[in-house]
Ligand binder design. Structure first.
Ligand code: DQA
Length: 146
């Protein structure tokens, strides 16, 4: 059976490619989605499901699907990284491999971005590799699963 990996993106990630390109790069969310699908399928035979929402409630509802429907989770909580105890609590209920990722290096940015509230519940954190953070996240999930 093909393993299913859910990738969740938080607020404003739909705008990457045009938003603060110097920080987040020129690649659009659609292109990143395709690269993730191709990378996951070609290297690991993973089926990738890629979602984005600007709403914390959607993200929490999706996190609550992971335990029953998916074999692993990659999440870029975006600004909720720095604020959301609700997302942290949801992540804590998930026993499947879970990796937090960021396009930018949150530790080299403003002080309010240096703290991730949500990473406490992740198996690991990948931050600062641009769109490759997503692909490295898929590699990391494979390392944990295999
Ligand atoms: C981000 C970093 C966050 O601080 C920011 O709010 C984002 C994107 C990243 O991928 O680098 O929206 O999660």
């Amino acid at each position: 059976m093909r393993k299913k990996i859910l990738i969740i993106n938080g607020p404003n990630i739909n705008l990457i490619g045009s938003r603060e390109k110097n920080i987040y790069g020129k690649t659009s969310i659609e292109e990143i989605k395709t690269e993730c699908e191709v990378h996951g399928a070609n290297y690991y035979n993973f089926e990738i499901e890629f979602r984005q929402s600007n709403s914390e409630g959607d993200i929490i509802n999706w996190l609550q699907e992971v335990e029953k429907k998916f074999d692993g989770l990659i999440i870029n909580p975006a600004a909720y990284t720095h604020t959301s105890i609700a997302i942290l609590d949801s992540l804590k209920t998930i026993t499947k491999p879970k990796i937090e990722i960021h396009l930018s290096n949150i530790h080299s940015r403003e002080d309010y971005r240096k703290k991730s509230i949500t990473a406490e519940a992740a198996d690991g954190l990948i931050s600062g590799f641009g769109k490759n953070s997503y692909l490295l996240g898929i590699d990391a999930i494979n390392q944990i699963i295999k």
